[in-house]
Design a protein. Sequence first.
Lengths: 261, 236
Amino acid sequence: MSDVIAEIRKDYIYGLAKRQERADGRALDEYRPIQVETALIEKAEGSARVKIGNTQVLVGIKLQPGEPFLDSPDMGVIITNVELVPLASPTFEPGPPNENAIELARVVDRGVRESGAIDLSQLTLPDGKVWLVFIDVHVLDHDGNLMDASALGALAALLTAKTPAERYGYGPDAPLPIKEYPVAVTAVDLDGEIMLDPSLDEEMIASSRITVISGAQGALAGMQKAGTGTLSSEEISRIVKLATSKATQIRDDVLGGLING
Amino acid sequence: MEFIKNGKRIDKRLPNELRPIKFEVGALERADGSCYVEHGGNKVMAAVYGPRAVHPRHMQEANRAIIRYRYNMASFSVEERRRPGPDRRSIEISKVSREAIDPVIIKEFYPRSTIDVFVEILQADAGTRSAGINAASVALADAGVPMRGLIASCAVGKVDDTVVLDLVKEEDNFGQADMPVAMDVRTGEISLLQMDGHFTLEEFEEALQLGKEGCTTIAEMQREALVQKYQGEGHE
């Protein structure tokens, strides 16, 4: 089952876009209010709840000693999973992760991994084991732009995570070695008008969307287009530029306290 | 690892050079359309069935055909045997590949039906999703599915701080960035874009242009292969 949207609502949103307006009154490049709370799950080694408008995700980090991959014995391991649980939307159904959940998880994973956010070489343990870092994204309320909320939640949760070294007899607990701060910015294109942080309606109407993940120096770490539409290279370039500067702003405004704290 | 020596890559190609590519249209008997592609070390078979009835029925759409795309790697296609069946990577690749070919297919002609695309990776050497999309696009045309144009795909990346076209395995595994793109050949618009690794904005712009050039070259080969098979037909 998928969400349906009335034609009249669709026309309305397109009409607004033509005048550079949005149904909720935001500017085209404006995010809904972002709220990040951290360390709310005591049993998890790190956690964060991110709200972007009414969209809400909870990310938990669990750490366990385990076997490294054979081809990288001196590196910790990242395992990312996203659960689109049925409480988050009338269109989500119970069962194993579908392609949307898998795509979401893999894009979040690539952002963390490819940007070098975690220094995996520091996650080795004296007995040849390494820390396995489980990033679990639990989507609670789907009102559009799960990608950015999940990526932001993952980073915020990682920033507050501590290795449970003492519990496993490896000495004192320590914060995770975080070296880079990848922020995802998602855009849709409605008739040539680029909108950041699409609401659920905007996301459903748009034939495609692009997520751009960039690091603190503005370098690109990951990108993903989704949807059956096409985009010209000019549109893509505009989106990428817009997304990297917006990412800087979000990093400073929303994560500044966590990064510098 | 050194990737570029005297301006040449580890397989002697220039940074903007594609690997050798071969298309064989109609390689399978039973499928409605098919195409076998060799792209460097990749060996890929694509088959199209349909438009045909949708099972399960609840998946059908009243006003258009649906498109299903299954990307699957043979267990023997890689160095270390792969466990057969879909893993998370192939589920994601199936999704983005389906979305990559979707925009050119005229789905409105076939309400309540499905067009099924099956892509089997028989041997893998980086760029399998692109090779699969190239094969699928030709197989769709071979099946006579009405399309607005062809989709061509290739990867661009970065090794030794140089933007390069069409990565081989080593460049993919140990390089600095990988960015598969697919393009609607008729309009030049992008229908698939993924990226991981590290690009500056300038490098990204260069890579996107290089990717489009690669797609244009591949599109010419796709067209050539289809013309080869079908020229003269319909006049007997």
